[in-house]
Design a protein around this ligand. Structure first.
Ligand SMILES: Cc1cc2nc3c(=O)[nH]c(=O)nc-3n(C[C@H](O)[C@H](O)[C@H](O)COP(=O)(O)OP(=O)(O)OC[C@H]3O[C@@H](n4cnc5c(N)ncnc54)[C@H](O)[C@@H]3O)c2cc1C
Ligand code: SF4
Length: 498
């Protein structure tokens, strides 16, 4: 602990953001950096708790947070970087876009503002890049074993780097034209500029990772080929099945899934031309974003930059409270009202609104009364009146076909954003192609190290084809959280069995 009284002396400082009037005219990153001396003061607020809840409860990848806070306070940035890399292959990504459950679980958050963990992590890694401390680390000895990784999202990238550094020959197959999964196509550039991904990929190429883009495993390369050629296969293909809203009028023009909308803008920013017949633009439109979560917020920020006239975001749930309710105590994830940078840029938010029907250029919605129990679950109640909204509706609610272990309900995309299987044999071709796994059966012991890593159910036949033993191997099947960085564990599993 650098300064025992730091948390008493210093207030939390947020990294500055670019002014709204300036940033809505481009897609460059919004957040700026705190000057280094100020950040070292922020690190001094860390109490180096005996039980660091940030690390053990909050962080899904168990970052060594108190240790690198201490190193930053002592100006030992290089050591801080080494500690950060021990648990995280893409800290420049999590440092930018992680929702920071570590901060929610920080002991200081009991009665004051938490340590600024995410900005400290980001500065550690960015200083590392600036100073040339982040260099390729090719394996000194090759094992002669080959691993295929299907998908180049954060899961695939993190696992590829781990495995290549252990001496395996790694080939990443990616069906898209560029690497990065949702980091590349999905997350807006104003949250994550894409050179950040390219920089890490260059390092990985120098470490020997081979990337094959525009290659769809299961069709461009067959499962037979993969089985024959590789000693292990890691399925890191994400989950892209959007959740549709099956209400009358859904087939009308102007209603789009968020990922199509967001991806098109990522492509334009990268210099691609989107064919006119496919192009979705919010320019001059009144936009309705259905769903009040983070992907919805990304749509708001993108629509704003495209020149939307007016933006309304509707959410089925009631407005969350400003403070933690009694049933949602520290250190659990706070179910409180959060506003993103996109909301700051202008948008009307409506709560307890269900979608009833799309009629021409009007969206009929209903006010919903929900009788919520302590866990904010409840029944949808009364409809009361219609609200006309015109021109364009962005329908974004997405989910993978992953089921909650306890309720057997489908989990929303944000909690079950991908499925990754550390597999010793090849996955079922059609499951791979569709990115879904039908006929779910329960798996007993999927990893559940924090509330964000949810036990999952996968298809029994699918797993049987993978050659996985449902009881013993279940713990090696992880739901993705955030950026799949937990895949270090999957990489270790593969390495241990090669
Ligand atoms: C719009 C949006 C915004 C988000 N913002 C945040 C955020 O701010 N913070 C946060 O923590 N999380 C965020 N998330 C969640 C996060 O992006 C995901 O959890 C994460 O990307 C999952 O990583 P992944 O590698 O498992 O899958 P993906 O990123 O989906 O990557 C899977 C890759 O596999 C490829 N693929 C699929 N099938 C095949 C095949 N057969 N052959 C070859 N390649 C294949 C796909 O093309 C894709 O590139 C966001 C998600 C969305 C949709
Ligand atoms: S919980 Fe907060 S104060 Fe305690 S070690 Fe973690 S960052 Fe530091």
């Amino acid at each position: 602990m650098g300064k025992p009284t730091g948390f008493l002396l210093y207030e939390r400082q947020e990294p500055p953001k670019r002014p709204v009037a300036d940033r809505v005219h481009d897609y460059q990153e919004i957040e700026l950096r705190l000057p280094v001396p100020q950040l070292e003061v922020q690190a001094a607020r860390c109490m180096d708790c005996g039980v660091p809840f940030c690390h053990s409860f909050g962080c899904p990848v168990q970052n060594l947070i108190p240790d690198w806070n201490d190193m930053v306070y002592r100006k030992q940035w290089r050591k801080a970087l080494d500690l950060l890399h021990l648990t995280n292959n893409l800290p420049e990504v999590t440092g930018r876009v992680c929702p920071a459950p570590c901060e929610a679980a920080c002991t200081l958050a009991i009665n004051q503002k938490p340590v600024a963990i995410r900005p400290i992590a980001l500065q550690i890694i960015e200083r590392g890049w600036e100073r040339g401390w982040v260099q390729p680390e090719p394996a000194p000895v090759k094992t002669g074993k080959k691993v295929a990784i299907i998908g180049s999202g954060p899961t695939g990238l993190a696992a590829a780097q781990q495995l290549a550094r252990r001496g395996h020959e790694v080939v990443v197959f990616e069906k898209a034209d560029r690497l990065g999964g949702i980091l590349r196509y999905g997350i807006p550039d104003f949250k994550l500029e894409k050179w950040v991904i390219d920089r890490r990929i260059e390092q990985m190429r120098s470490e020997g990772v081979v990337f094959e883009t525009r290659v769809e495993a299961g069709s461009d390369v067959s499962v037979r080929y993969l089985r024959r050629t590789f000693d292990a296969i890691l399925l890191a293909a994400g989950a892209r099945t959007p959740r549709d809203l099956k209400v009358p009028g859904r087939e009308l023009d102007g209603i789009h899934f968020a990922m199509r909308f967001l991806t098109q803008q990522n492509r334009r920013n990268a210099g691609d031309t989107v064919p006119a017949e496919e192009a979705i633009s919010a320019a001059g439109k009144n936009v309705v974003v259905i769903g009040g979560g983070d992907t919805g917020a990304d749509c708001i920020g993108t629509a704003r930059r495209q020149g939307a006239r007016d933006i309304v975001q509707i959410e089925l749930l009631p407005e969350p409270p400003a403070e933690r309710p009694a049933d949602n105590p520290w250190p659990t994830w706070p179910r409180t009202l959060r506003s993103s940078s996109s909301h700051e840029e202008g948008c009307k938010r409506l709560w307890s609104i269900g979608t009833r029907e799309f009629v021409g250029d009007v969206l009929l919605v209903q006010h919903v009364l929900r009788h919520l129990d302590a866990r904010r679950r409840g029944k949808v109640g009364i409809a009361d009146g219609d609200a006309p909204l015109d021109d364009l509706a962005l329908q974004f609610i997405g989910r993978a076909r992953v089921m909650s272990k306890s309720t057997h309900d489908p989990l929303p995309c944000r909690r079950a954003a991908h499925i990754a299987c550390a597999a010793r044999a090849a996955p079922h071709e059609s499951s791979m192609r569709q990115g879904t796994h039908p006929n779910p059966v329960r798996l007993g012991a999927a990893r559940n190290s924090s509330r964000f890593v949810t036990p999952i159910m996968l298809s029994g036949p699918f797993l049987a084809r993978l050659g996985l033993n449902l009881t013993d191997d279940a713990r090696h099947i992880a739901t993705g959280f955030l950026f799949g960085l937990g895949q270090q564990e999957e990489a270790r599993f593969i390495h241990a069995h090669l």
